[in-house]
Design a protein around this ligand. Structure first.
Ligand SMILES: [Cu+2]
Length: 458
């Protein structure tokens, strides 16, 4: 395969309608199922070198890292309210740890090497056991040298199942990712490239959707699509074709009112759940398409073939999923107002006190003292001021928070929020989960070069 057929200039938008290659076959997971709460033995997660077919069949495989032989790793499923038990076995040559992104769970099990645990050394193992209080779509990923280990494939889906799941014909997990590949199919080296870090991070030159089960669906089927952006640095715009439906959850948390399904924008680590009916007509050769709209066309990330007709399902409105427990402030006078200034990067002066490319409030990387120490139960409004010319996807561990609309009205309840260049955004959070929690940019190249801090709930 010639380089120009699939590789695009690094840093450019990764696709256009004129691109010769349209990846149409999404990869499948190995599909191992996690132990349920009643199972005596934990789900084994062996982190190890693997070869993955990232490029279309017929092209070279890509040496990567995976869990249990594949990237993405196995789909972990646990019932809401049950315990998730997993044993990480480190079978590669760097220390590692697993973070359970979005779970409002136990601090000691949060998997942040250097904050909540030591990195698990090569040859060692670590037993995780954590509660899963909120139903929804989550994911797990490496949280040591994450800018490299996630880029090399150490992630997988984590599904917390509702006591009574919505009535759908298929539940489909769609992870979108990009990779920076060389002509040989190997990942380009330089995971901590300073030029990348000072800009948008490590953007790939090839992207696709990783679909856990891409067997054909029928026209008329009702689907639940769990969209997860697992890219290290790329904000993915997504558009779905061949379905009609609603957005029912953001970052795992159900919306009180399902929203119309329009074009979607997912920062790294964000999730969107969609419930939609297949409208694509197999008679006309149509399929369900997951695409990334770009300036000059839609880049096709993946498809689900449509075969036959589901004539059993009668049309019904798409209802909201049962809500998880979301705290609501009852006394706004007691809400603490604090600020988080997002600083650094190319083309903006940044604070003089930054010792690395990026930082918060004049500080690069971890400080001895936390960004803030909250008394358990404290509500706080954090005004995030993006002083830089790049977007940042800010992730708070161990909690979800409300995005606040300009009027102060409560918006979505999320764990990762996208702050546009030179913009401000306020979030409102009840700090009710005790422990030391990371707060960082989920553009992992930014995190690697200073955009992280921690806070404490006591
Ligand atoms: Cu950032």
């Amino acid at each position: 395969m010639k380089r120009r057929q699939f590789l695009l200039a690094a840093g450019a938008s990764f696709a256009s309608s004129s691109l010769a290659l349209k990846p149409t076959t999404a990869a499948s997971n190995s599909g191992a199922s996690a132990s349920g709460p009643q199972a005596a033995s934990p789900q084994l997660l062996t982190a190890e070198p693997i070869d993955a077919q990232i490029l279309p069949e017929g092209n070279p495989a890509t040496p990567m890292l995976g869990y249990n032989g594949s990237s993405p790793g196995p789909v972990l499923r646990v019932k809401q309210g049950a315990m998730l038990k997993a044993k990480l076995v480190n079978a590669f040559d760097q220390g590692t740890a697993v973070h359970w992104h979005g779970l409002r769970s136990d601090n000691a099990m949060d998997g942040v090497a250097g904050l909540t645990q030591e990195a698990v050394a090569p040859g060692d193992s670590f037993d995780y056991a954590l509660s899963a209080p909120d139903a929804g779509t989550y994911w797990y990923h490496a949280h040591n040298r994450s800018w490299e280990q996630v880029a090399r494939g150490l992630y997988g889906p984590l599904i917390v199942e509702e006591a009574s799941p919505p009535d759908v014909d298929r539940d489909v997990i769609v992870m979108v990712d990009d990779w920076r590949l060389m002509e040989t199919g190997t990942l380009a080296p330089g995971f901590a490239n300073m030029h990348d870090q000072a800009h948008q991070g490590r953007l790939g030159n090839f992207a696709k959707a990783l679909i856990d089960d891409n067997s054909p669906v029928r026209k008329g089927d009702r689907l639940r699509l769990r969209l997860i952006n697992v890219a290290t640095d790329r904000v993915f715009p997504l558009a779905l074709a061949g379905v009609a439906g609603k957005v029912v959850a953001l970052d795992g948390m159900p919306l009180a009112e399902p929203q119309d399904l329009a074009d979607l924008l997912l920062a790294p680590a964000q999730r969107v759940d969609v419930i939609a009916d297949v409208t694509a007509d197999p008679e006309q050769g149509q399929s369900v398409q997951i695409g990334a709209p770009m300036r000059d066309g839609v880049y096709e990330l993946g498809t689900l073939a449509v075969e036959g007709l589901n004539s059993q399902r009668t049309a019904s409105p798409i209802a909201a999923l049962p809500l998880n427990a979301m705290p609501k402030p009852d006394d706004y006078a007691a809400v603490l107002d604090i600020e988080l200034r997002l600083q650094g990067g190319a083309m903006s002066p940044g604070a003089a006190t930054l010792t690395d490319i990026w930082g918060f409030n004049g500080q690069s990387g971890m400080s001895d003292a936390p960004y803030h120490r909250f008394k358990r139960g404290q509500w706080a409004r954090i005004r995030m001021v993006n002083e830089s010319v790049f977007a940042h996807g800010i992730h708070l561990h161990g909690h979800h928070f409300y995005e606040l609309e300009a009027t102060g009205k409560l918006g979505a309840f999320r764990d990762t929020t996208l702050v546009d260049p030179r913009q401000e955004l306020r979030i409102l959070c009840k700090f009710d989960n005790p422990g030391a929690w990371l707060l960082h940019c989920h553009m992992l190249g930014h995190q690697a070069s200073g955009m992280k801090t921690w806070l404490e709930v006591v």
